[in-house]
Design a protein around this ligand. Structure first.
Ligand SMILES: Cc1cc2nc3c(=O)[nH]c(=O)nc-3n(C[C@H](O)[C@H](O)[C@H](O)COP(=O)(O)OP(=O)(O)OC[C@H]3O[C@@H](n4cnc5c(N)ncnc54)[C@H](O)[C@@H]3O)c2cc1C
Length: 249
């Protein structure tokens, strides 16, 4: 089972702890009717799909997953915009002054600008990508050297860090619910999201799919990007057939 994945060269997504499984979702829902499943059945799978499809999201809040993630600052800025359902603690460059690491794309990974602004970049490298690579590398190396020079001159790490680039890697521990990760992954796996954040979301998705195959597939197939606080869907039409939550439960 995928637990530790390298992403973007020197970044990673490491799964530290998992609380629950597909049955956790089912039993969170079944408590409404004072029922409990001991083993995951086909009927349970149908219930999970029903819950996801009708935006009954609270049962998906119960499974929790804890990751250790290392990613460039500019990706973390986007990642941290997803707040509801997450807890995070991050390394502090006020207290830590070990040599920073930076994300350095290969020459081929330095994508060209797309004239259609919303696309962010083309799929292909910029012209003269090798020259551009050298320019980027020199700028990053200079920043790292300046940082180290400032520390050597007695500057406090909390001030010296001001010269570090957005490509610097940061590391944090993040705990989130299955529902929160599904929302994040749906938004950040979309082709309109930047490739680097898509890569991190893809790693998280692989791990979560391995642990919660039925729930994850159901969530990713539903509109989990709809507001969490949306009003409950209209009541199920009848008390017969699989379209009724009452009957399924
Ligand atoms: C492709 C892409 C491009 C983006 N571009 C930009 C950009 O250019 N600039 C920018 O600033 N952001 C940008 N964002 C970030 C975006 O605006 C959201 O902040 C981010 O996607 C997190 O959304 P979320 O629904 O997971 O947020 P969360 O904060 O985790 O909220 C989850 C849900 O809780 C509810 N909620 C949260 N807070 C409130 C509230 N105050 N009131 C009512 N309901 C609430 C909403 O239903 C919300 O969807 C971009 C995101 C993507 C995916």
């Amino acid at each position: 089972m995928a637990q530790n994945m390298t992403v973007c060269g020197n970044g990673f997504v490491e799964c530290l702890e998992v609380f629950g499984n597909d049955l956790t979702v089912v039993n969170a829902a079944r408590v409404s009717f004072a029922k409990e499943s001991k083993e995951f059945t086909n009927q349970d799978a149908r219930l999970v799909k029903y819950l996801a499809r009708h935006n009954h999201v609270t049962p998906f809040f119960h499974p929790q997953v804890r990751f250790r993630i290392k990613m460039p600052i500019f990706v973390a800025r986007e990642w941290y915009r997803h707040q509801i359902g997450f807890a995070r603690n991050e390394v502090s460059r006020r207290y830590v002054d070990t040599p920073p690491e930076v994300w350095q794309p290969t020459a081929e990974e330095i994508r060209a600008r797309d004239p259609r602004a919303k696309q962010g970049s083309k799929d292909c490298p910029v012209e003269s990508c090798v020259d551009v690579y050298n320019i980027m590398k020199t700028a990053q190396d200079d920043a790292l050297k300046t940082y180290s020079d400032l520390l050597a001159a007695g500057v406090a790490p909390e001030i010296a860090r001001a010269v570090l680039p957005q490509s610097m890697l940061t590391e944090f521990i993040e705990t989130g619910s299955l529902a929160a990760y599904a929302r994040l992954c749906k938004l950040r796996l979309d082709p309109t999201a930047q490739k680097e954040i898509r890569d991190f979301a893809g790693a998280v998705e692989k791990i979560l799919y391995a642990h919660f195959p039925v729930s994850w597939a159901a969530l990713m197939d539903s509109d989990v990007s709809a507001p969490v606080l949306a009003p409950a869907p209209a009541p199920a039409p009848a008390l017969t057939g699989e379209s009724s939550m009452n009957v399924i439960m």
